[in-house]
Design a protein around this ligand. Structure first.
Ligand SMILES: [Zn+2]
Length: 108
């Protein structure tokens, strides 16, 4: 039971692909090898990190370069999922509100 708005959001929700609720950040780091060029003049190494909050702590996870584009898609899908959850919740509240109104008008 839902309305048009809810149907649309649920349709998209059914097509959801792998997702992660986190963000991807690119930072520059020294690798720690004293003989590497980054120890002296650079450039520093680009490192991709997945970050998210868990139990009020910020957690991070290293993302290998070959998976970077894939993980970008997971993050985008995670944001879409969040929007769709908000959308369906809103649609269901509207649905309830419209029922209340129609019942009132049926009674006259
Ligand atoms: Zn280095």
């Amino acid at each position: 039971m839902t309305n048009e708005r809810g149907k649309k959001a649920l349709e998209r929700l059914r097509k959801i692909k792998p997702f992660v609720q986190a963000s991807l950040s690119i930072t520059k780091k020294r690798c720690g090898n004293p003989r590497c060029r980054c120890a002296q003049e650079g450039p520093l190494h680009e490192v991709a990190l997945l970050t998210w909050k868990q139990e009020n702590r910020t957690r991070t996870l290293y993302v290998p370069i070959e998976l970077r584009q894939e993980v970008v898609r997971w993050v985008q899908e995670g944001k879409l999922l969040k929007r769709l959850m908000v959308e369906v919740s809103q649609a269901q509240r509207e649905f309830l509100t419209s029922k209340k109104k129609s019942r009132r008008s049926n009674k006259g």
